[in-house]
Design a protein around this ligand. Structure first.
Ligand SMILES: C[S@@+](CC[C@H](N)C(=O)[O-])C[C@H]1O[C@@H](n2cnc3c(N)ncnc32)[C@H](O)[C@@H]1O
Length: 245
């Protein structure tokens, strides 16, 4: 069994998701105590997809985060670097376009998407800032970033209860139901060490996105962050993607 460590070695992350791919979506529903669907509805409401809107859903896994965007009429593509996840998705979501791609080097020209979105993927990427800058490169000026990711409950007592669930309840549940329970130990650890809402907003802004804001879901267990590609250079020295570049 492969499990990723907190250095998020791309080889380990991809291999780990290959191993959980078949039961990934069922386990998501189970371990989130049924909240996943509501979180996905909030992402769709935030994106507000319209007919023909060009959306890249990166780290899309089996395409569960992409399917509702396509159902709403958007021209959405699912990309991921785990071939196992893509294969599991392709079997189920036959109408979706799946592309094997690394978030750190996306195979798209500058400024081709209206929206780039990433659900429960950014936390697993080896270099967060680079992924955010690469997402901005492929987004048109005026286009948006929508990130849905586990975050930190804002109420202290709720946070203690939630961390107990993550560290003590989730691993045995995963041992009972997953083909790679170690992946869920990584899940718990990676959620705990992930930046909180304001720190992630700062990271997104440093990567060149403007007007960064966020919305908490389920008391902050999950947060949806948004930003706009205002067209300037990033504070981290990323490239300027004004039209025609
Ligand atoms: C927890 S899954 C999320 C899948 C889907 N977005 C969802 O909401 O169910 C995280 C995904 O991130 C992908 N991933 C991690 N790092 C990546 C990278 N550098 N490039 C592409 N995909 C990556 C993994 O392969 C995995 O499928």
């Amino acid at each position: 069994m492969v499990r990723a460590r907190l250095d998020k070695s791309p080889r380990d992350v991809a291999a780990m998701f290959d191993q959980v791919a078949k039961r990934y979506d069922i386990l998501n529903d189970l371990l989130s105590l049924g909240r996943t669907k509501a979180w996905r509805r909030s992402v769709v409401a935030t994106i507000a997809p319209t007919t023909g809107m060009r959306i890249l859903d990166c780290a899309a896994g089996t395409g569960s985060s992409t399917a509702p965007l396509v159902s709403a009429g958007a021209d959405a593509i699912a990309s991921d670097f785990s071939l196992g996840m893509l294969e599991a998705g392709q079997k189920r979501e036959r109408e979706l376009t799946f592309i094997a791609a690394d978030n750190l080097a996306l195979p798209f020209a500058d400024g081709v998407f209206d929206v780039v979105t990433i659900s429960f993927g950014l936390r697993n990427v080896a270099n967060t800032s680079r992924a955010l800058m690469e997402a901005r490169r492929v987004t048109r000026v005026g286009g948006r970033l929508v990130v849905c990711e586990f975050s930190h409950p804002t109420n202290r007592l709720f946070r203690v209860i939630y961390l107990r669930y993550l560290m003590r309840v989730l691993p045995p549940l995963a041992r009972a139901f997953s083909s790679n329970p170690e992946a869920y130990t990584y899940l718990a650890e990676s959620i705990e060490e992930w930046p909180n809402q304001s720190a992630l907003a700062e990271r997104i802004a440093e990567s060149g996105w403007s007007s960064v804001s966020w919305q908490n879901l389920t008391g902050g267990i999950v947060a949806i962050h948004q930003g706009i590609n205002g067209g300037g250079a990033s504070r981290l020295g990323g490239s300027d993607n004004t039209p025609g570049r």
